[in-house]
Ligand binder design. Structure first.
Ligand code: DC
Length: 221
């Protein structure tokens, strides 16, 4: 019989729900690999925009996605030999990511790449469709949420650390708009799948959420 595939913990949820922080901490505690799938959509958005491609053209953007050489190393992200770690976090890449993420061909092109991260001893993957589409056989599926107000506050705090002049009202509106776009798109919309466990992190410290995920994972063993 073939060896079983390495275990996956899928952590999905809306933007600024704390998925990245929690997923990275859980991966570190377990010694697992970590996949930030949003970074892939951000890379495709960024590079496509830089090349002047039409961000609504599925064929054109899928072709770009299929031919990128992406490397995650020491918490940095490299594309075709260029360090894009900071650039992909910017607003331009974020907006472009949310546009290219609705294209079915792009989602398909990124599928094999994402599944390639599944290596021993295991993987923690964060995104929108990790449990529903990319790793439907994940050992544990978490759906992480927080109220829009709490998510706007968290993002505000992050941006203030970078000395940006963001306003709370604009951030809250942006989060509501993104939620709407991510959950109403036809291809792999953001949804909590039936076998995912929802954790509402509003008012919860990071350590407590991490402990809860680790406890739930131990129960699957
Ligand atoms: O989580 P993030 O903000 O880095 O994601 C960037 C964009 O990519 C966001 O608009 C949602 C989209 N995305 C997606 O459609 N599927 C994923 N698995 C991850 C992100």
């Amino acid at each position: 019989m073939a060896d079983p595939l390495p275990p996956v913990i899928a952590i999905d949820g809306p933007s600024a729900s704390g998925k990245g922080t929690i997923a990275e901490a859980v991966a570190q505690r377990l010694g697992f690999h970590y996949l930030d799938s949003g970074a892939l959509y951000r890379i495709v958005g960024l590079v496509s925009g830089e090349r002047g491609a039409n961000l609504d053209n599925d064929l054109e953007i899928s072709n770009i996605s299929l031919n990128l050489n992406i490397k995650f190393e020491f918490s940095r992200v490299w594309v075709d030999g260029r360090d894009v770690s900071e650039l992909i976090r910017g607003e331009v890449a974020g907006a472009a990511a949310s546009r290219v993420a609705v294209l079915p061909g792009v989602r398909k092109a990124l599928m094999a790449l994402q599944r390639g991260f599944r290596r021993l001893p295991g993987l923690v993957a964060d995104g929108r469709d990790m449990g529903s589409v990319v790793f439907p056989d994940a050992a544990l599926k978490i759906y992480l949420t927080a109220s829009p107000e709490e998510r706007a506050r968290r993002r505000y705090k992050q941006l203030m650390e970078k000395d940006s002049g963001a306003s709370m009202a604009a951030l809250l509106q942006d989060i509501r708009d993104r939620d709407f776009r991510d959950s109403t798109r036809a291809a792999a919309p953001l949804l909590k799948c039936a076998d995912a466990i929802e954790i509402d992190t509003t008012g919860m410290p990071v350590g407590e959420v991490v402990a809860q995920v680790l406890h739930l994972y131990q129960k699957t063993q």
